[in-house]
Design a protein around this ligand. Structure first.
Ligand code: BGC
Length: 925
């Protein structure tokens, strides 16, 4: 028997705002009994409206498909809730019980309203207006202004059967109904190119409304729309207001009464606002100032005297689209492990973990006491807070910096709790001053929040160091998913840097469910594509992608590589369709600008040509390591990416059935490879520059003829010598080198690198207190201290892309390119590096895949569990005459075991779904 679980619509669990007319459904499968070879042979989906009317009944469909099933029933209606039921049959034709889930459609129509304020959209729903305070009340060029509070009272004639509200803002918002916070979203509506579109969110508010008087309210902050934005001040000299200055809010509440009536409450001219509330200033980079003396008890509930509030102003807004990704929400909280007092009255709470979010603080004080919270990632030698790497304003560079500082002004009436609203901070330490007493550690809580795709990867092995590396990798990931994949969460940057997530994306997918997140972000990438086809270096791109920060090799390539990984990991072809034309334009631009197919930056369109960023040539004062010669020449690096992305575009074309394009780009990729070899590869396999990175990239992207590959591997190993056997690679080549070491039989060397604790290494970071991955290999060095604070984050995931190697080689889980979406998986753990065991599980889009192995003096045990419908090639490391058994039985007699291919160093066993316990033992001599 099998059972469907984890029913999702457009990758989301019971979503409340879907605006694609043909949403895709998926489910995972679980085994109910121990039988092997279980699989789905048929499914039956029934979709019905709230009134019971069935809009889609597939009947029994003979199919093993469990993902990407496109809704094909009657047209879906906006704002309607659809319940879907599913049952499946297994290979013995036994039916499962019905499983049930739901989705709610969004509100469509270009912007629910337009600049003239009367576009009701489709289906004649009433319009809603973008409302807020007039400019004079909220705008100041230099400083963040107080939050706008909005409210509207309305009457419901009947009890509520079902109510959904859609809301968005130009700025960020919190929604309130009848004194309660609506939903748990933080920093909604999140970050998009607001000139093009804003996202709206849907909330089920049935339980919050009641017959009689009700109040809906909202609080607005500047967010990405009107606040400070990373790099903007430094590069453009503009401090805030990149997209606009007018904070605006839009909402529409749809209520179905128990008596069958419907009512719609929309933002319009009847709402009122004030800016006299407690949030005096809020900014993502700067922090928040909250004056509790100005709280307005009951403002968001009926019975409040709102006479001092003013009528709202309204203005136009962009197109609205439903948020496709999981919201930013608090996923866990941390309690401090220590509190110190390095200066009298200045307390430092240590959360024991570098994290991202904010602090919640319990205080007691007198009315007007100003409690200051400053956030930082490290301490100075004297125990005070280290904040230099936030690039705080200095006289020479006054416009940079992320203050990361909150203020709470006490009411003075006993126990008070402060938690900010419209900011976020990257920190391990919180410095609190302004208290009249010594606080207890438990007075402060670290609230960790991020875009909340589920944790799907659990990894553990016998090495405490390696476990700490994986933990740091995962913490760095959750620190840098805030609507966009950021480079860092603390300084004045926090941009969706494409190169970092390009190299990290496979690790990201092993650790967390990234499907919905990337669906959102790849649209940001597409919308930020320059007119000539260059993909942006980051997305969204508020600084004009035509003018700057576009087309950098390794960065722009995210627009090709990540869609491809969406296909491999989730079987997503819709994203390939969406990204295919943009990807072709990107390749065509590269080809047009590099007529001899060597990427030379002739057009000078990328004045900041990053290359293999932060390689060993960027180290400062690290004795014993060469000062130059580590960096792969930028032409070699860039041409390698050009060839690889072109190859991927050809494969995308194949998947999409676009034969002419498949041929065109395959031919072009071949020509780029030929040019690469002609220009950079000598007869002995040496690649211009003779760097580790050059070999790693050329091997990883399959650029070399087969006969030269072993030589290139030898040169790559030789290039480690000047570095004492360590790495000289930057962010783009490190994990690729680890993977190539394994591919060419040198996993022992890869293990040596991951176990290393000398600079540069992951172990060095961990041994020096890292709980997240550093931006630079030499972010801090013994005897030297911190690197240049102008660019030195301790929470950057790019170097953490080694997580991919740990997943593929230690856990042994490898998606199979010929069976995307984990229909077939290659399980290939390679013990080594002194490890005695490892166990890992990965919740694939089809269900949980688990691997556990251990070695002892006599042999190796490999346990594998596969969900129904997933088959695997399990590769067991064996030497010579090993005998392999499964649960004590010879393989030939085992249910579920198919073809067995014995090789010199391993045996590959094809298996059907189910649980297996393999043991390969040396033959007794
Ligand atoms: C960011 C990087 C980014 C880079 C571009 C840096 O400032 O923090 O992670 O990829 O710029 O080279």
């Amino acid at each position: 028997m099998i059972r469907p679980t984890h029913l999702r619509c457009e990758y989301l669990v019971n979503p409340l705002a879907i605006d694609t007319r043909h949403p895709r459904l998926s489910w995972a499968l679980e085994r109910v009994d121990a039988r092997r070879g279980a699989r789905q042979t048929a499914y039956h989906i029934v979709v019905q409206q709230a009134d019971g009317e069935i809009v889609w009944d597939t009947g029994r469909v003979e199919s093993d498909q469990t993902t990407q099933i496109v809704y094909a029933g009657r047209p879906l209606r906006q704002t309607a809730r659809y319940e879907w039921r599913l049952r499946v049959w297994d290979e013995r034709d036994e039916a499962s019980d019905w499983s049930v889930a739901a989705w709610t459609m969004g509100r469509w129509g270009p912007g629910w309203t337009n600049a003239r304020g009367h576009d009701g959209g489709a289906d004649d729903l009433p319009a809603a207006a973008w409302i807020g305070a007039p400019l004079d009340d909220i705008w100041n060029e230099r400083a963040s202004q107080p939050s706008t509070y909005l409210r509207k009272q309305f009457t419901l004639a009947a009890p509520v059967r079902w109510a959904v509200v859609y809301a968005s803002a130009l700025g960020v918002y919190e929604l309130r109904i009848n004194g309660q916070r609506v939903g748990d979203h933080i920093l909604a509506p999140e970050w998009t190119d607001y000139d093009t579109k804003a996202q709206y969110q849907g909330y089920d508010v049935t339980a919050l409304l009641r017959e009689g008087e009700n109040v809906i309210g909202a609080v607005l902050g500047p967010g990405w729309y009107a606040g400070q934005l990373g790099l903007g001040a430094a590069f453009l000299g503009i401090e805030r207001g990149y997209y606009g200055r007018l904070l605006r809010f839009i909402a529409q509440l749809h209520i179905e009464g128990a008596d069958g009536t419907t009512q719609v409450v929309s933002t319009d001219g009847s709402w009122r606002y004030t800016t006299d509330g407690p949030i005096r200033a809020a900014d993502i980079l700067a922090g928040e100032i909250y004056d509790a003396r100005r709280e307005m008890p009951g403002w968001d509930a009926p019975g409040f005297d709102g006479r001092g509030w003013q009528p709202v102003a309204s203005s136009g807004g962009p197109t609205l689209v439903a948020q496709p990704n999981e919201p930013i929400r608090i996923t866990r909280t941390l309690t401090p492990i220590a509190v110190t007092e390095p200066r009298p009255g200045v307390f430092i709470f240590d959360l024991g973990q570098n994290m991202v979010g904010w602090a919640r603080l319990k205080v007691r004080g007198q009315a007007g006491d100003d409690i200051r919270l400053r956030y930082g990632e490290a301490l100075n030698p004297d125990g005070t807070l280290y904040r230099d790497n936030l690039r705080l304003p200095d006289p020479n560079d006054p416009q940079r910096g992320a203050q990361q500082e909150d203020h709470y002004i006490c009411r003075g009436d006993g126990d008070e709790t402060f938690e900010p609203h419209f900011t976020y901070h990257g920190f391990r330490y919180v410095e609190v001053s302004g208290l009249r007493y010594t606080p207890a550690a438990s007075d402060l809580t670290g609230c960790v929040f991020h875009s909340s795709g589920a944790d799907v990867g659990q990894f553990e092995c016998s090495s405490p160091l390696l476990n700490k590396i994986m933990s740091a990798v995962q913490w760095t990931q959750r620190s840098n998913l805030h609507s966009v994949p950021t480079d860092c969460p603390q300084r004045d940057e926090r941009l969706g840097w494409a190169g970092d997530i390009q190299v990290y994306s496979q690790t990201a997918m092993f650790n967390m469910d990234m499907a919905a997140f990337f669906t959102k972000w790849l649209r940001d990438v597409r919308e930020a594509q320059a007119d000539d086809g260059r993909f942006p270096d980051f997305a969204p791109h508020p600084f004009d992608p035509n003018a700057r920060f576009s087309g950098n090799p390794g960065w722009g390539d995210a627009g090709v590589i990540i869609p491809w990984r969406m296909y491999l990991n989730y079987g997503d072809t819709r994203i390939l369709e969406e990204m295919f034309e943009p990807a072709c334009r990107y390749i065509d631009w590269s080809a047009a600008n590099n007529p001899d197919l060597i990427w030379r930056n002739r057009s000078q369109l990328t004045p900041l040509w990053y290359g293999d960023w932060l390689n060993a040539d960027t180290f400062v004062d690290i004795p014993g390591l060469p000062r130059a010669g580590g960096e792969v020449p930028k032409e070699v690096y860039s041409t390698a990416f050009f060839a690889y992305s072109t190859q991927l575009v050809a494969r995308m074309a194949e998947v999409l059935g676009r034969r002419p394009e498949a041929r065109k780009y395959a031919r072009l990729a071949e020509q780029i490879r030929a040019a690469f070899n002609r220009e950079f590869v000598a007869a002995d396999g040496r690649i211009t520059g003779d760097t580790q990175a050059g070999y790693a990239l050329a091997l990883h992207f399959d650029l070399l003829p087969a006969r030269l590959r072993p030589r290139a591997v030898r040169h790559m190993l030789a290039a480690m010598q000047p570095y004492g056997g360590g790495l000289s690679t930057g962010i783009q080549s490190t994990v690729r080198m680890m993977l190539e070491l394994t591919r060419y039989g040198h996993t022992d060397i890869a293990y040596r690198l991951i176990n290393r604790t000398e600079m540069p290494s992951w172990g060095y970071m961990i041994e020096h207190g890292a709980t997240t991955i550093w931006e630079r290999w030499d972010g801090w060095a013994e005897g030297r201290g911190f690197q240049n604070p102008g660019m030195n984050s301790f929470n950057h995931y790019a170097i953490g892309a080694v997580g991919e190697w740990m997943w593929r080689v230690i856990a042994g889980i490898n998606p199979d390119e010929s069976a995307p979406g984990y229909k077939h998986v290659r399980i290939r753990p390679i013990p080594g590096g002194g490890l005695t065991w490892a166990r890992a599980s990965y919740d694939s889009i089809r269900g949980r895949i688990a691997v556990a192995w251990s070695v002892d003096g006599q042999g190796v045990n490999v346990d594998v569990a596969l969900p129904p419908g997933v088959t695997a090639a399990v590769e067991i490391p064996t030497s010579g005459e090993a005998v392999i058994e499964e649960s004590g039985q010879p393989l030939e007699r085992c249910e579920g075991v198919g073809r067995v291919a014995r090789g010199d160093t391993s045996t590959v066993i094809e298996v059907e779904s189910g649980e297996y316990k393999f043991r390969a033992a040396r033959q007794p001599s």
